[in-house]
Write a protein that binds this ligand. Structure first.
Ligand SMILES: *[C@@H]1O[C@H](CO)[C@@H](O)[C@H](O)[C@H]1NC(C)=O
Length: 293
């Protein structure tokens, strides 16, 4: 059989587009096109109606002001996660304090702080408030003067002096209220280290940064750990109930007097009865390594 020429191909395609003998367009008669058109109009109308109906039913179960799943029924199981910066590279938790790494380091902290500065004006001064603020309609404001007293852009967040600052934050959970250990209770908790029991103050979510292994603890004991504005998250920031401009409290931890070229493995834990620390789930604590060049 001979191959059809280009001309023949075009002619047969033309006939397919419109066949003058049978009066068919694209292989279908006008009536057939009409039928198929009506079918699809009805089909899509039904689909759209069904979609709208399910969405409407789902919307009925939602409340504008409160999330549907709260506390232990939510995905987070009511357990706030803790996060830290700088984390210039998401693949590693190593905070490597070098002159070369300075820009990335500063940038990753500045990014968090600039978000805070924008929203912060909606907040009120909570420095005199003790305990949680139930039904507060305005969020607490972060006092940047206090937060950045030892860790700021001026000292490149400690990196140039070899005293790196790490920014800690507890993720917010709607309606979550910290349940604080009393000093007496903590004295009887076997899991809580002696060093924590001695310093612990019960008016906040206590934070403790320590060496992960005995060797790290020994090394870190020779250095100084300072917390800004205070060692812990103030209770006045809780509960979070979608107050306009709400920002979770921040704490800077500054590690001074670290030895050079020695890797420190550090864990920072948040202490409350209802914060379960789960290393694998990265809940309630953070882990990072510090290395000074
Ligand atoms: C922040 O704290 C400092 C020092 O405690 C205080 O002098 C200042 O008034 C506070 N600023 C605001 C905006 O609350």
């Amino acid at each position: 059989m001979e191959k059809p020429t280009m001309k023949q191909r075009l002619a047969s395609f033309g006939t397919f587009l419109y066949d003058s003998e049978t009066k068919q367009v694209l292989g279908r008669s006008g009536r057939s096109w009409g039928e198929i058109g009506i079918f699809y109009v009805i089909y899509y109308a039904c689909l759209a109606a069904f979609f709208a109906a399910t969405l409407a039913v789902f919307n009925q179960t939602l409340d504008d002001d409160n999330p549907k799943l709260q506390g232990s029924s939510s995905l987070l199981k009511g357990n706030p996660g803790m996060g830290f910066q700088p984390m210039p590279d998401i693949d590693t938790t190593l905070i490597y304090s070098t002159k070369e790494g300075k820009d990335e380091y500063v940038k990753s902290i500045e990014k968090v702080l600039s978000d805070y500065k924008l929203a912060n004006s909606d907040g009120v001064d909570c420095s005199q408030v003790k305990g949680i603020r139930q039904d507060a309609d305005k969020p607490c404001r972060m006092n940047f003067t206090e937060l950045t007293a030892g860790c700021n852009l001026g000292n490149s967040y400690g990196i140039m002096e070899g005293n790196p600052c790490v920014l800690l934050k507890l993720n917010r959970i709607y309606g979550w209220k910290p349940e604080i250990w009393t000093k007496a209770e903590i004295a009887n908790e076997e899991d809580i280290a002696e060093s924590i029991r001695n310093q612990y103050v019960e008016d906040r979510i206590w934070i403790d940064c320590h060496g992960e292994n005995p060797a790290d603890s020994d090394n870190l004991a020779k250095a100084t750990t300072t917390y800004y504005p205070q060692q812990g998250f103030p209770l006045a920031f809780y509960p979070y109930t979608k107050q306009k401009g709400y920002m979770s409290p921040l704490v800077f931890v500054k590690f001074s007097g670290l030895a050079k070229h020695l890797a420190y493995m550090i864990e920072c834990k948040a202490l409350a009865k209802n914060i379960a620390v789960d290393r694998t789930e990265k809940e309630g604590s953070v882990h990072f390594e510090l290395l000074i060049d």
